[in-house]
Each structure stands twice: as structure tokens, then as C-alpha cells.
Design a binder for this molecule. Structure first.
Ligand code: GLV
Length: 390
């Protein structure tokens, strides 16, 4: 045999990565300190120093989630890895799962649960719709699910869904309460233990400001009881919590055994981003996101734009959804903003596509000066993007 595929020319050019203002729903710009942490020389994924770093990450997540759960880890993978891990480990084929769908994330979880053979029931509302506790209880009683899924930070709709009281209803109906806080963690308050959330996950690349690729997740005792007393093995080897709990030193075994090679640099970055959150403090982080979001919302409304979520108290402070202004082509506006302002904002996602434009100011990006830049870019686009014929 001989080499017949020639070396690709492109690889002989240096890596080029433009600077870009990431004012969409994530990833957001990564602070220099977190970038530097990820650029440190790596060590082995099974070295004692790495275990110490993982132990620190676990403590950081426990703080960020406000939980004492021992079964707290970071997934090697994005928020979707955590989503699949939660479903794959707590549900067995044929079991009933209830999913609240009011944007893309419920749709995703319903599909994931269906793929692994669960008996999936969905409660559907238009993007940004809010489920009352009465509606949820009725559905729990009817479908008797082992798992109920709700999105706290619905980034496709710009909604921060209330969670109070739902954990108690789930307990009453012997259901595990799974909450997605990928887009909300660090920006909007959530209290895993006090709100009786059984499984909670987030992603690294939103308000935490680490690069994409790691995803904190935590399971409480009820969730552990269910997932470690199953009859069948979870469909995924990589996401099997029996292995991951050992890798994270959570199973009480004296040794951590090789399961997979964790993203060492990603864990360095995640640790640094959690350290920044710890230094700032959760309350201050929530207050700051809310303040900058309030400033942005006022600026948008002053410009004549309409916010998609009308009730201020239900708006996600990290990702703001703007109704598409009448007569404008949203794709054209977003392309204009990218071309002339080097700035990412995005359209809707899944069921909100064509309904909204999304503007995210999270963590490091969450500054009034950035809100001013985003407002100026939008004003410029409104002025210069031709109105399409109605
Ligand atoms: C992705 O996480 C998004 O909300 O677009």
C-alpha cells in the first residue's frame, strides 16, 4: 500500500479564528482567565491532581446548584450529554415519561426518551407557554410517569419557567423531577435541594462562560435509588452512572477505575469558571444578570421592539427573545448584524423559529456596555434592512 490521499493544503495554513461578539444564546465569550486555565499543560486523567481538580469541580457544582448531593459530576460532553445521561440512567424501556414541551428542549427530551424505548407522554404549549402546577399534577396522576421533565431556562423561547411546588407534586406521585437549567444557571435563581429537584443539569458554555464540552449534573438520593436499582443496563456505556460515579469518586470505592478519558483541559476551564462564580457569589450573579437584562429590555422597548415574553418576571435574564418586527426578514437582519457589527445574535430554534430573534448577555458578556453595542447594532439593522413586501 502507499499514500494516495495527498496532504490537504488547508492544513498547511495557520489556524484562523476571528474575534466575534457572541451575543446569541451561547456559547458566550470566554474570559481570559478561563481560556488560560484551558490552555495549561495537561496531566493524566487518572492522576491524583486531576482527581483533586474533579473534587473541586464537584464542590463548585454543589454550590452553583445549591445541593448537598453526593452524586454530582460533570459530564464529558455538552448539555445534550447531561440530558441523555439523566434519561438513560433513570428510565428503563417501557416506563412512562412525561415531558413538558414549550420550546425545543422538551421536544429533544421527548425524542431521546422515545429512542431509548420509553413510553413518552407530552404536554404541549406554544413556545414560552407556562404550565400551571394544577396542569402538571393532572398529567402526573394520569400518566404515572417515572420521570417528569421541565425546562427552567427555555432558551428557544426566552422563558424562565417557575419550578416552585413541582418537586413536591412529583414526590406525591412517585415521579422523579428532572430540570434543564442549561441556559439559566448562574443567571436566574434555582435551588436544587430546597425546590426538591431530583435531577438537575446545566452546560459549561452559557452563564458559566467556559468553552462548550462539559456539563454539570447532579442526582439526589431518590434519583440514585431508582437508577442504581434497575433491571436493565442503561443503553449508553459512556453515560452509565454506575461507571461515572466511580470515575468521580462518588461510589465509596477505594479506587477510581478507567472508564473513559475525560476532557482534561475542559475540566480545567470548568473549574476556573466555577471559581469565578464562587468569588462573585450566586446572589450577586443573579442580581447582575437581572440588572443588565432590565437595562437591555428597556432599550429594546424604547426602540419600538416587542419582547416575546411579556411578563417580566418570567423572562430569562440570560437570553432575551425579541418578536420579529413586522415587515422585516429576521435572517437578513441577523446577517446584517454579523457582517457590519461582527456580532452573533440568532433566530429562534425549533418551534420558535421565525417567531423571535435571540440576544444573550451571559456571564462575562453581561455588561451594560455590551447591551449598548447590541442595541446600536439592532438599531442599525432596523434602519438599513429593507422591509420585505408584506
Ligand atoms: C442552544 O443552546 C440555543 O439555545 O440555541
Amino acid at each position: 500500500s502507499s499514500v494516495t490521499i495527498p496532504p490537504p493544503e488547508c492544513m498547511l495554513r495557520p489556524l484562523e479564528v476571528p474575534f466575534r461578539y457572541l451575543f446569541g444564546p451561547g456559547p458566550s465569550n470566554v474570559p481570559p482567565r478561563v481560556l488560560a486555565a484551558g490552555g495549561r499543560g495537561i496531566i493524566g486523567h487518572l492522576h491524583p491532581e486531576m482527581y483533586e481538580i474533579m473534587n473541586d469541580i464537584k464542590k463548585g457544582i454543589q454550590y452553583a446548584f445549591q445541593t448537598q448531593n453526593n452524586m454530582t459530576i460533570a459530564m464529558s460532553g455538552s448539555g445534550h450529554a447531561a440530558m441523555e445521561c439523566a434519561v438513560f440512567n433513570t428510565v428503563e424501556p417501557g416506563e412512562s415519561v412525561l415531558v413538558a414541551v414549550n420550546g425545543i428542549w422538551g421536544e429533544r427530551v421527548a425524542e431521546i426518551a422515545e429512542r431509548m424505548g420509553a413510553n413518552v407522554h407530552i404536554m404541549v404549549k406554544a413556545p414560552g407557554g407556562v404550565f400551571s402546577n394544577e396542569e402538571i399534577e393532572k398529567a402526573l396522576a394520569k400518566h404515572k410517569p417515572v420521570l417528569f421533565f421541565l425546562t427552567h431556562g427555555e432558551s428557544s423561547a426566552g422563558l424562565a419557567h417557575p419550578v416552585d411546588g413541582i418537586g413536591d407534586l412529583c414526590r406525591k406521585h412517585n415521579t422523579l423531577f428532572l430540570v434543564d437549567a442549561v441556559a439559566s444557571l448562574g443567571a436566574s435563581p434555582i435551588f436544587m435541594d430546597q425546590q426538591n429537584i431530583d435531577i438537575l443539569y446545566t452546560g459549561s458554555q452559557k452563564a458559566l462562560n467556559a468553552p462548550p464540552g462539559t456539563a454539570p449534573i447532579s442526582f439526589n438520593e431518590r434519583a440514585c435509588q431508582k437508577m442504581f436499582n434497575r433491571k436493565t443496563k442503561p443503553v449508553s456505556y459512556l453515560f452509565d452512572m454506575a461507571h461515572l460515579s466511580n470515575y468521580w469518586g462518588n461510589d465509596g470505592q477505594p479506587a477510581r477505575l478507567y472508564h473513559h478519558t475525560g476532557p482534561v483541559s475542559g475540566f480545567f476551564s470548568l473549574r476556573e469558571s466555577l471559581a469565578i462564580l464562587v468569588e462573585k457569589g450566586l446572589e450577586e450573579s443573579w442580581r447582575h444578570h437581572r440588572e443588565v437584562a432590565g437595562y437591555l429590555w428597556k432599550g429594546l422597548e424604547d426602540m419600538g421592539l416587542k419582547l416575546f415574553i411579556q411578563n417580566k418576571d418570567l423572562r430569562l435574564p440570560s437570553v432575551t427573545t425579541i418578536s420579529i418586527p413586522e415587515g422585516y426578514n429576521w435572517r437578513e437582519m441577523l446577517q446584517y448584524i454579523m457582517k457590519h457589527h461582527n456580532m452573533e445574535m440568532t433566530g429562534g430554534l425549533g418551534p420558535s423559529t421565525g417567531m423571535v430573534m435571540r440576544l444573550g448577555l451571559m456571564g462575562y458578556n453581561c455588561q451594560k456596555t455590551n447591551a449598548d453595542m447590541a442595541l446600536a447594532a439592532l438599531a442599525d439593522a432596523l434602519k438599513n434592512c429593507k422591509k420585505s413586501k408584506a
